[in-house]
Design a protein around this ligand. Structure first.
Ligand SMILES: [Zn+2]
Ligand SMILES: [Zn+2]
Length: 431
């Protein structure tokens, strides 16, 4: 079936490069959210932002107010809309309903945050060579989410053109903070997928590193919990009063040895990492403060819970042993989810209509790549009896994800828009 697209490759590349130049960290995507809101409004979409699309109480690992304020000032200086920033109330998620007058049926999701890495300025790196390298030091679209948001804009344009023929509402979710695995849960809590029957999303690259390839679903995501630990003891003179001190450094060191020694789970993959330990104030002072940055993972949500509960017990017990005050702060959480076979089959069927995808390079499933926030949406949809899948759109990658030289083939943008649009229309035809 021939499919006429209105959006042009030129327009998609324009959007992608604008987004690529303005990479922002999780929960601080003010320029990006404002840009997306403006572009979507120009396409005739009704854009929802703020507390209506993100439940503030469910946000983990939120940067403090001063950091958020600074990020908004930078965004404004780079041309973000003051009016949209006002309406966002500090929250960066967006939702577009193509037919808000009809019941919610299909959800498409696009993430748009960046990675905290300095982009390469080598002439071999295309964004640098062609003048659309990151304007924000220490931030880079090194995971392809600039491409995801671009595909979202293209899909919005195409679905708006076809809105009169839709039988149900199709919702486009623009999710912030995927990298922090803290963007999806507040959107799910705000009801973003409530009542929906079908869910489709995709990642550029991931395990599919050949051009024209496609994985119709993903397996093997690890559920994950990210958390910070604080120990507070009592400072004292190390020569005169060591017995008066309560040593937080010692407590943290003891906790680390025990955290890394949690027995691994026998029923699947389990992981724990302590990525950072900071403690103490000076050579002759009993350390009265220590902090740890940790994460657990598991091949099922239950195995990850086992790892996190064990970690919590160790922190609590160590605090008792060394007479410390302690706090555990949740910074992010990802569940695990399986792509439904029925949805994978539909992706395969739809892709066969798009010449860009070579059928000998279309696979049923690609392996998961660590943890992805998309699982929170799929899990929520499946819990209410719906179905979902997470595809992987193949691309040649000059360097892996999160590397300073990461880039993807811009040629995939147009066929990816067609894939999302065709999926939405196929699903809309179902009950
Ligand atoms: Zn990433
Ligand atoms: Zn990613």
């Amino acid at each position: 079936m021939a499919f006429s697209l209105s959006v042009t490759q030129e327009q998609l590349v324009h959007w992608r490069r604008a987004l690529h130049q303005h990479p922002e960290s999780s929960l601080l995507e003010f320029w990006t959210a404002s840009y997306l809101a403006e572009q979507l409004t120009a396409l005739g979409c009704d854009v929802k932002v703020g507390g209506e699309v993100m439940d503030r109480a469910s946000i983990m690992g939120s940067p403090d107010d001063a950091v958020k304020q600074h990020a908004q000032e930078v965004a404004l200086a780079q041309g973000a809309s003051a009016e949209w920033l006002d309406r966002m109330e500090g929250l960066t998620g967006l939702i577009v309903d193509i037919r808000p007058d009809l019941p919610l049926h299909t959800v498409l999701r696009f993430d748009f945050d960046a990675v905290d890495v300095d982009e390469s300025d080598s002439a071999e790196h295309k964004p640098s060579r062609e003048g659309f390298r990151s304007l924000n030091e220490g931030r880079c679209h090194a995971c392809g989410h600039d491409g995801h948001a671009t595909i979202g804009l293209g899909t919005a344009l195409e679905l708006m053109r076809r809105r009169d023929s839709l039988r149900h509402n199709v919702r486009l979710i623009f999710e912030p903070a995927e990298e922090g695995t803290c963007g999806a849960e507040p959107m799910v809590s705000a009801g973003a997928v409530e009542g929906a029957r079908y869910f489709f999303s995709a990642h550029i690259g991931a395990s599919m590193t050949r051009p024209h390839s496609l994985a119709c679903g993903t397996y093997g995501f690890l559920a994950s919990t990210r958390f910070d630990v604080e120990f507070s003891g009592r400072a004292a003179h190390a020569g005169i009063d060591p017995h008066v001190g309560r040593n937080s450094l010692m407590a943290a060191a003891c906790a680390v040895s025990n955290l890394l020694a949690i027995p691994r789970h026998g029923k699947g993959v389990s992981r724990i990492n302590v990525g950072r330990l900071e403690a103490g104030s000076g050579r002759n002072v009993i350390p009265a403060h220590a902090s740890l940055m940790c994460e657990t993972r598991g091949s099922t949500t239950a195995i990850n819970e086992y790892m996190f509960e064990s970690a919590r017990r160790i922190v609590e017990s160590t605090a008792t042993m060394y007479e410390q005050e302690y706090a555990i702060r949740l910074m992010g959480r990802a569940s695990t989810a399986e792509s439904d076979a029925e949805m994978r089959d539909l992706v395969r069927k739809v892709s066969a209509e798009i010449p860009y995808f070579h059928q000998d390079k279309v696979e049923d499933l690609g392996p998961g790549f660590g943890s992805d926030d998309v699982c929170a949406f799929i899990e929520a949809i499946q819990k209410q009896g719906g179905k979902g899948t997470y595809a992987q759109i193949g691309s040649h990658l000059p360097a892996g994800h999160h590397n300073e030289r990461f880039d993807f083939d811009e040629e995939l943008l147009l066929p990816a828009v067609e894939l999302f649009c065709r999926m939405a229309l196929e699903l809309d035809a179902r009950n």
